[in-house]
Design a protein around this ligand. Structure first.
Ligand code: NAD
Ligand code: LMR
Length: 336
C-alpha cells in the first residue's frame, strides 16, 4: 500500500524548547525543513521545571498547526524521557548572553548542563545519534558533551557555526547585490565567538559568465580584510543590541541547514562550515571542537583538505584556536 512505502519517523530532540530558538525551530522541523518534505518526525521537547507550562503551550500549538509530517510530540522536564531513542539531538537549552557580554561569559552556567545531558544522551539516545550543540559557548559545550559521553562517536558531536557561515554569505550577497543562493564556499574557521575567522579566499559567485572568485568581484581587499570580518564576528552582538534578545529565527534556520546537509549531503562542488572535533587538519590541535569547511555524504562529514592558507589567514586560524584552548581549561575549572 501507499502507507507501507512511507519512511519510518525520525525522533528529534530539542532542548530548551520553550525558549526563543525552540519556538522558532520546532515548526521548521515539523514542516520538513530539517529532514526533508517526505520524512515523518517525532519531536521530543525538553525544558526545565519553571518553563514546564510554557513548554506545554508549545506542544498545544504544534497539535493545533496540524503538521502532516509530525507523528508525535513529547514535552517533558525529564531529561531521560526526552533523550529516549532520539536520532537527532539539537541542544539549545541554556542561558543566552545579554548586551555587553561575550558568549563565554555564560560558560559557568551552561557547561554543567552539557556535562549532565551528555550522560542522559549516552544512556537513552539511539547509538548513532547525531548531536548539534547550539547553546553558547557552543564549541566548548560540545567538547564537554563529547568528553562526558565517551560512547557516542566523536564524529557525531558537532556545534553550530552555520549561522556565521550564512551571515558571511548574506554580507557578500548584499555587497555585490547578487542572490545569496549564488554565493558559496565561504568558510568559518574556529570558535563561534568574536575570534572566529570568516574567510572568503575560496568563495565564489555563480554569474552568467560562470563561477567567479568573490575577491575578484568585490575588488576591495580592504573591505574584505576588515569590515566584512568584523561585521560577521560581531553580528550576534548587533542582533542583541537591536532586538534586546539574541538571534532566534536565523539560528533556528541555520540549525536546520546544518542537520539537513549533514544527513542528506552537501551539494556537489560546495562545502559548509561545521564545528567538529579536530583531527589535526590545518594544524589545529586535536581535542578542540573547531569550525572547519566540510562536505557531507551518506550522513558523514569530512573536512575539506588541501586549501591554501596564506599568512594573514594562518594568524587568524591560530588566534581562534588559542581562544578555544583557554575556553577548554576554563570549562574544566568550572566543572571542578
Ligand atoms: P532562551 O533563554 O530563549 O531559551 C533557552 C531555554 O533553555 C529556556 O527555555 C530555558 O528554560 C531552557 N533551559 C535552561 N536550562 C536548561 C536545561 N538544563 N535543560 C533544558 N532546557 C534548559 O534562549 P535562546 O535565545 O533560545 O538561546 C538558547 C541558546 O542558544 C543560548 O545559549 C544562546 O546564546 C545560544 N545561541 C547560539 C547560536 C549559535 O549560532 N551557536 C545562535 C543563537 C543563540
Ligand atoms: C549569535 O551568534 O547570534 C548567538 O550566538 C547569540 C549571541 O550571543 O551572539
Amino acid at each position: 500500500s501507499f502507507l507501507s512505502m512511507e519512511k519510518e519517523p525520525v525522533t528529534v530532540l530539542v532542548t530548551g524548547a520553550a525558549g526563543q530558538i525552540g519556538y522558532a525551530i520546532v515548526p521548521m522541523i515539523a514542516r520538513g525543513a530539517m529532514l526533508g518534505p517526505d520524512q515523518p518526525v517525532i519531536l521530543h521537547m525538553l525544558d526545565i521545571e519553571p518553563a514546564a507550562e510554557s513548554l506545554n503551550g508549545v506542544k498545544m500549538e504544534l497539535i493545533d498547526a496540524a503538521f502532516p509530517l509530525l507523528r508525535g510530540v513529547v514535552a517533558t522536564t525529564d531529561v531521560h524521557e526526552a533523550c529516549k531513542g532520539v536520532n537527532i539531538a539539537v541542544m539549545v537549552g541554556g542561558f543566552p548572553r545579554k548586551e555587553g557580554m561575550e558568549r563565554k561569559d555564560v560558560m559557568s552556567k551552561n557547561v554543567s548542563i552539557y556535562k549532565a545531558q551528555a550522560s542522559a544522551l549516552e544512556k537513552n539516545a539511539a547509538a548513532d545519534v547525531k548531536v548539534l550543540v547550539v547553546a553558547n559557548p557552543a564549541n566548548t559545550n560540545a567538547l564537554i558533551l563529547k568528553e562526558f559521553a565517551p560512547s557516542i562517536p566523536e564524529k557525531n558531536i558537532t556545534c553550530l557555526t552555520r549561522l556565521d557561515h550564512n551571515r558571511a554569505l548574506g554580507q557578500i550577497s548584499e555587497k555585490l547585490n547578487v542572490h545569496v543562493g549564488d554565493v558559496k564556499n565561504v568558510i568559518i574557521w574556529g570558535n563561534h565567538s568574536s575570534t572566529q575567522y570568516p574567510d572568503v579566499n575560496h568563495a565564489t559567485v555563480t554569474t552568467s559568465g560562470g563561477e567567479k572568485p568573490v575577491r575578484e568581484l568585490v575588488a576591495n581587499d580592504q573591505w574584505l580584510n576588515t569590515e566584512f570580518i568584523t561585521t560577521v564576528q560581531q553580528r550576534g552582538a548587533a542582533i542583541i543590541k537591536a532586538r534586546k534578545l539574541s538571534s532566534a529565527l536565523s539560528a533556528a534556520s541555520s540549525a536546520c541547514d546544518h542537520i539537513r546537509d549533514w544527513v542528506l549531503g552537501t551539494p556537489k562542488g560546495s562545502w559548509v562550515s561545521m564545528g567538529v572535533y579536530s583531527d589535526g587538519s590545518y594544524g589545529i590541535q586535536p581535542g578542540l571542537v573547531y569550525s572547519f569547511p566540510v562536505t557531507c555524504e551518506k550522513g558523514q562529514w569530512s573536512i575539506v583538505q588541501g586549501l591554501k592558507i596564506d599568512e594573514f589567514s594562518r594568524g587568524k586560524l591560530d588566534a581562534t584556536a588559542e581562544e578555544l584552548i583557554e575556553e577548554k581549561s576554563l570549562a574544566h575549572s568550572c566543572l571542578n
